[in-house]
Design a protein around this ligand. Structure first.
Ligand code: HMG
Ligand code: MG
Length: 308
């Protein structure tokens, strides 16, 4: 443990969301073959979870309209899980048909964002998830639940932590056992992490092991927020190779916290992840030319500078 800091987890489970949260927001349409190669390289880097794509409406997210083909052609390795997003029963049925064994449903802590994102109220979204979770249980498929706009909403501004707690409890009661707390537009500061995560752990009595954090790095606070979450006992962190990402229904959302930057910090602090940082850099180097812009990961940029 680093002197002066509260106990930190010895190991962190890094959930790679680049192929989904990253590519869903890129202007470029990455060819299916290259998406599969990107996912394969990330799994080969040792990432225990690589969120691969979304079975949502192709009109909502045309970038991921090849989800069935990606999952049907992807060669999986047993040490990596390849979850996909599903918004409703139709998405779940498409995912199962493509051989998916792990899914994520997604709602939010603010009504306006939920309406813009999935055309439902929060209550309706939760009702839509019930048959998805029932089918998942029947098929022995694991389900993660995302809560977006946990620290702020692009339409409503601040979000009360109690709203996050109410949505979290509803998802847990449904039988979803891992929740990812999304800072969709990258506004959180570490004190807010204490407020929200503290409320869920203390008042909500939610086990720390059930919670993941998902920060977008729009305002440069993502790593500080992760460090605060680790100090509160959280040990599951979402990140995106190269810092790809954002959310098409969240104006101003920049990329996710970059996987490379997260790994550099964790490894430097003696926290193990089982992930090979240089192999993640190689995956980003592979996908970058297909995106038409430079990746925002600081570690990636520093590494690129040191190569010239
Ligand atoms: P809707 O228009 O209300 O749905 O959209 P609908 O049931 O009326 O259906 C409309 C059409 O879509 C129909 O087709 C359906 O068959 C079809 P039509 O008859 O008009 O030809 N449809 C589907 N097609 C394929 N797969 C499906 C599906 N469902 C319906 N699953 C809906 C509602 C939820 C479908 C839509 O709004 C949607 O797909 N939204 C997804 C938006 C999205 O993916 N957002 C990004 C992910 S969330 C995020 O990034 C945040 C996160 O990273 C955490 C954080 O950062 O906070 C997770
Ligand atoms: Mg996100």
């Amino acid at each position: 443990m680093t002197p002066g800091l509260p106990a930190l987890p010895r190991a962190v489970r890094v959930v790679e969301v680049g192929p989904r949260d990253g590519l869903q927001n890129e202007k470029a349409q990455v060819p299916t073959e290259q998406k599969i190669q990107f996912i394969t390289m990330l799994a080969d880097a040792g990432l225990p979870v690589v969120e691969a794509t979304s079975f949502v409406s192709p009109r909502a997210i045309p970038q991921l309209s090849d989800a069935s083909e990606v999952m049907a052609r992807l060669k999986r390795i047993p040490t990596t899980e390849y979850p996909v997003l599903v918004p409703n029963l139709k998405g779940m049925e498409r995912a199962l048909a493509a051989g998916v064994r792990s899914v994520a449903v997604f709602t939010a802590a603010s009504e306006s964002f939920t309406r813009h994102n999935i055309n439902a109220s929060i209550a309706e979204s939760l009702e839509n998830f019930r048959p998805v979770v029932a089918l998942a249980r029947q098929e022995h498929v694991t389900v993660r639940g995302y809560i977006s706009t946990v620290f702020g909403c692009p339409y409503e501004g601040s979000v009360a932590p109690e709203k996050v707690l109410a949505v979290a409890q509803a998802l847990l009661e449904m039988g979803i056992n891992e929740l990812s707390l999304g800072d969709t537009i990258g506004v959180a500061t570490p004190n807010q992490v204490v407020d929200v995560v503290g409320l869920l752990l203390d008042k909500g009595d939610i086990p720390a092991g059930s919670l993941a954090v998902h920060f977008h790095d729009t305002r440069g606070t993502a790593l500080a927020n992760v460090l605060m979450a680790l100090q509160l006992g959280i040990s599951i962190v979402d990140a995106s190779a190269g810092g790809l990402g954002g959310c098409p229904y969240a104006p101003g959302a920049a990329g996710n916290l970059a996987t490379e930057d997260l790994l550099y910090m964790l490894h430097g602090m003696g926290i193990s992840t089982g992930v090979n940082l240089e192999k993640v850099v190689a995956a980003t180097r592979f996908i970058a030319p297909l995106l038409g812009h430079a990746p925002t990961s600081k570690y990636y940029q520093a590494e690129a500078c040191s190569r010239v």
